[in-house]
Structures are given as C-alpha cells and as structure tokens.
Write a protein that binds this ligand. Structure first.
Ligand SMILES: [Zn+2]
Length: 223
C-alpha cells in the first residue's frame, strides 16, 4: 500500500479498453465531519485487493461505532462475487461505514455469480458506478505522482467504453441478459467489444446510454 502511483501505472490499470490481470485500488477515507481525507492505494496479492483493504482497515483501527466513516474506492476491476460477499459482511459488521465504489471495468461480467454479487452490493445500499471523466481527473490529481505542470493532464479514454460498461451495469441492476460481449483474439492480441442488444435492452436501458453507445440514433429535428 502506498500513497501515489506512477502515471504509466494509472494509465494501464484504469484503461477501460485493456483487460489487465492485476487489480488496482485507489481509496479515500473520511471520518465524522472532518474534512481531512486519507488516501492510499493497493493491489491484489495472493488475495484480492478488496479483501486486503478490509483486513488492513479492520486490523489497524479500533473502530468507534459512534463516528461515521465514509469510504470511496476507485477500482480498476469491479469486485468478484466472493469479494462482493466479503464487502457486504464488512459493512454489516460496521454500520457506521458507508462505501461508494467506482470501477473502470466489470470483472468477468458474463459470470452470473459476479452479476448477482454486484446486484446484491447495490441492493444492500452500496453505490457502484462506472468511472466517468470526472473520476479519472480526480484520481489523476489525487493519486498519481504526475510531473510538475501535468496537473490537468489525465488519460482521455474514448467515452464509448465508459458508456458500454455503464450500459452493462444497468443490465446487471435490471436483471437483463448481458448486452456487452468482450472477446479476445489471442493471435493478434486484440480485444473486441461488441453490443448485442435485444428488445428488453431497448425497452429498459435509459435513452441517454442507448444514444451514447450508438444503439439508437438522435431524434431528427425539423426546422
Ligand atoms: Zn475478488
């Protein structure tokens, strides 16, 4: 666990187009009404990074149940179903803690157990969202050891990938079949992203996401 990560680490860990194996966690902790924010980062070891966080957090502190604590995670991969379970158990034992999770990508999102795990997290009151441009900028400024003068630089990934993952997260929340398909062409090292919408997706997914992913055309305006 260390305070800031290198610019290249941030760029490859949080690139929504890459399927990097390791997971990176950037996190913020705030206590009570204090404005002080504690920041740190972690990666998976023999255990997943979420479990490492929970173990570190609970072993280092005597948690006072009367002081509220808000935690924000920026995760390169969404939690797997086992970590989702561990997170819910951690929050059940610490009702004074609230958790907001931003993720760059959805981890093995075709696996029904992972889908259910994420849905259970959200149903239990945890906010789970796909990282948007504002989160990338925030992480860059607060977690990356950028060079002087590079404060306003941060990796500009194509917004389409964020929207495709946002669409898929909606599918998970609404218990719809997967819409986003990710396949790998090993011989060319290529990762292919495609959308396979069904009628239910057009009916249930918010129009702004359908528009941003190109599944529907903007309405014609007549003048
Ligand atoms: Zn996990």
């Amino acid at each position: 666990f260390r305070r800031r990560i290198k610019p290249w680490e941030f760029e490859i860990f949080f690139d929504p187009r890459q399927l990097r194996k390791e997971t990176c966690l950037l996190y913020e902790i705030k206590w009570g009404t204090s404005h002080k924010v504690w920041r740190n980062s972690g990666q998976n070891t023999t255990k997943h990074v979420e479990v490492n966080f929970i173990e570190k957090f609970t072993s280092e502190r005597k948690l006072c149940p009367s002081i509220s604590c808000s935690i924000t995670w920026f995760l390169s991969w969404s939690p797997c179903w086992e970590c989702s379970k561990a997170i819910r158990e951690f929050l059940r034992q610490h009702p004074n803690v609230t958790l907001v999770i931003y993720v760059a990508r959805l981890f093995h999102h075709m696996d029904q157990r992972n889908r259910q795990g994420l849905k259970d997290l959200i149903l239990s009151g945890i906010t789970v969202q796909i990282m948007r441009v504002s989160e990338y900028h925030h992480c860059w400024r607060n977690f990356v050891s950028y060079s002087p003068g590079e404060e306003t630089y941060w990796p500009r990934y194509p917004p389409l990938w964020m929207m495709m993952y946002a669409l898929e997260l909606h599918c998970i929340i609404l218990s719809l079949p997967p819409c986003l398909k990710i396949s790998r062409r090993c011989q060319h090292q290529l990762t292919l992203f495609s959308l396979t919408p069904q009628k239910c997706h057009y009916q249930m997914i918010p129009p702004y996401i359908l528009l941003a992913t190109g599944l529907i055309e903007p309405p014609m305006t007549w003048r």
